[in-house]
Design a protein around this ligand. Structure first.
Ligand SMILES: Cc1ncc(COP(=O)(O)O)c(C=O)c1O
Length: 496
């Protein structure tokens, strides 16, 4: 695209008065053009003065956007030299999520960006975390109002009856023995995970488990396969550790590496076999076997993210990939964030026996672990049977809510906007027509106080990704689902 074609292209797409600041729109469009290679490496961008004139916008706006793109590694510039598209977009260097981020964060002001490191600036500018963590249709959040608070309070009071230094000091590494035992029993029985309590490392959740695995098993610059699409949160954890992500497409059997991918074994891969995030596919047995055999032959680590497999409607939860592994290549990670409540911040990982002690030591060394009192309460909560009974109750409740949401969507749109991935988990995906901009729909929904995530933002190349919306139903009261969907429908109809 030449400079004059670029100006026309931008002029056609900038929308004044759509609620999105011009700065954000211009930044997004230029990222999109670079990632899609419409603006190939080496192309010169128009000068800020010229572009501002042609688009009838302030020159400062253009300068700020160019500065931001420079910080993010999309372009490079030098005094008197002009601004050029960099040789490789940051996505290709570290896999930074681009324009379609499901994020709600705005880029930090220039002064802050200058203070941050390159990776810090990229992390913050591309952050996917939402300011809203509750209400229709926030994906990935369970109904915390149903948590059995009375039982928890009883156990909590019991532990506080006397001061126990062993539970109030730092943790020695790996977590409290009673919780590791309770977890080993639970994971063996319900997820067919092969493990002893010693192989379990208690963490603050999947984010920290992935962080620890990546730090201990790879070095900056190593390659990791990620599913395309995948969860933005762990992707940020990988990028900030300096790993190069290679996004691998997903089909209806799970991650599907091409011959070209297979020819270049990665150091690690990160997969969600029980319930692909966010599309909801289950990895087939054939694909599981293939992946395990490939990992064995090429000595790669597989991180299995088993974030919400307890919630499967109409069929039993599926066995883990770790349970099929005979060569100790799988690191299994899970969390109480969906089964109990996200703010608990307790998760766990199951590591091969030979690595268990190193992981425990590293965890205590890096994170200076604590929360042993919470862990003691949780162990007892599991041992007394409250955990499995809570899961059972919530599975029924979420199953009803999922159906209520499916009914609301079908009533309004029939087959025009099909839902996928709805038979498990806490969210489903509504597909939007090809070519529609799911980010605009999500922005319009937010103005109506409805949180939805644009599907395209979970892909490595949002500009070429399918359009859709992730809708979480777990934290929406039954009677609020239909009215909230009507609000969402206003936003969908206004944009499509
Ligand atoms: C696929 C996936 N993995 C991990 C997490 C986060 O887990 P945790 O809260 O334990 O860090 C989420 C949260 O939504 C998720 O969707």
């Amino acid at each position: 695209m030449s400079a004059s074609v670029l100006s026309d292209w931008l002029a056609q797409r900038l929308e004044r008065g759509n609620g999105q600041p011009i700065y954000r729109q211009l930044h997004r469009l230029l990222q999109q053009a670079i990632l899609s290679r419409d603006l190939p490496a080496g192309s010169q961008l128009p000068s800020s003065r010229l572009l501002a004139q042609e688009l009838s916008i302030g020159r400062n706006t253009v300068t700020q956007v160019y500065e931001q793109l420079t910080l993010e590694g999309y372009v490079s510039s030098g005094t008197g030299r002009g601004t050029f598209v960099a040789d490789s977009a940051p996505d290709e260097i570290v896999g930074v999520r681009d324009v379609g981020t499901p994020a709600t964060q705005s880029a930090p002001p220039a002064q802050v960006r200058r203070a941050l490191s390159v990776r810090g600036a990229r992390l913050v500018a591309g952050a996917g975390v939402s300011k809203r963590q509750w209400g229709a249709f926030m994906p990935g959040v369970p109904d915390v109002t149903r948590f059995p608070a009375r039982v928890w309070t009883r156990l909590h009071n019991k532990y506080w009856r006397s001061v126990r230094p062993d539970l109030l000091t730092y943790a020695p590494g790996g977590g409290l023995a009673s919780l590791r035992h309770a977890l080993a029993d639970y994971l063996r029985a319900s997820r067919s995970v092969h493990c002893t309590p010693e192989q379990i490392i208690v963490t603050t959740g999947i984010h920290q488990s992935v962080d620890l695995a990546v730090r201990l098993l790879s070095d900056p610059g190593d390659v990791i396969w990620t599913e395309d699409p995948c969860y933005w949160g762990v992707r940020s954890v990988l990028h900030v550790s300096g790993l190069q992500s290679r996004p691998i497409p997903v089909d209806d059997e799970g991650i599907n590496p091409s011959a070209d991918d297979l020819a270049q074994p990665p150091k690690l891969m990160l997969v969600t076999p029980s319930h692909q995030y966010p599309l909801g596919t289950v990895m087939s047995l054939a694909r599981r076997r293939m992946l395990l055999e490939y990992a064995r032959q090429n000595r790669c680590w597989i991180i299995e993210d088993d974030y919400d497999s307890e919630f499967r409607y109409g069929s039993r939860p599926l066995a883990s990939l770790q349970g099929l592994d005979t060569s100790e290549q799988v690191i299994y990670v899970g969390s109480f964030g969906k089964t109990l409540f996200p703010g608990l911040r307790i998760g766990y990982m199951v590591v091969p026996g030979v690595l268990a002690e190193s992981f425990g030591t590293a965890s205590a060394e890096l994170y200076r672990e604590g929360q042993l009192l919470q862990q003691a309460i949780l162990a007892e909560f599991i041992n007394e049977g409250h955990f499995t009974s809570h899961i059972r109750k919530m599975r029924t409740l979420y199953g009803q809510r999922r159906q209520a949401l499916l009914d609301a969507a079908t009533q309004r749109y029939g087959d025009a906007l099909p839902a996928v991935g709805g038979d498990a988990g806490l969210h489903l995906v509504i597909q939007l027509p090809e070519g529609s901009d799911d980010r605009l729909v999500a922005a319009a929904a937010l103005e109506r106080n409805i949180v939805v995530r644009p599907l395209s933002g979970y892909y490595a190349r949002p500009a070429q990704a399918p359009s859709g919306l992730l809708l979480g139903y777990a934290c929406v009261a039954d009677e609020e689902i239909a009215p909230a969907f009507s609000e969402l429908a206003y936003a969908i109809d206004a944009i499509l």
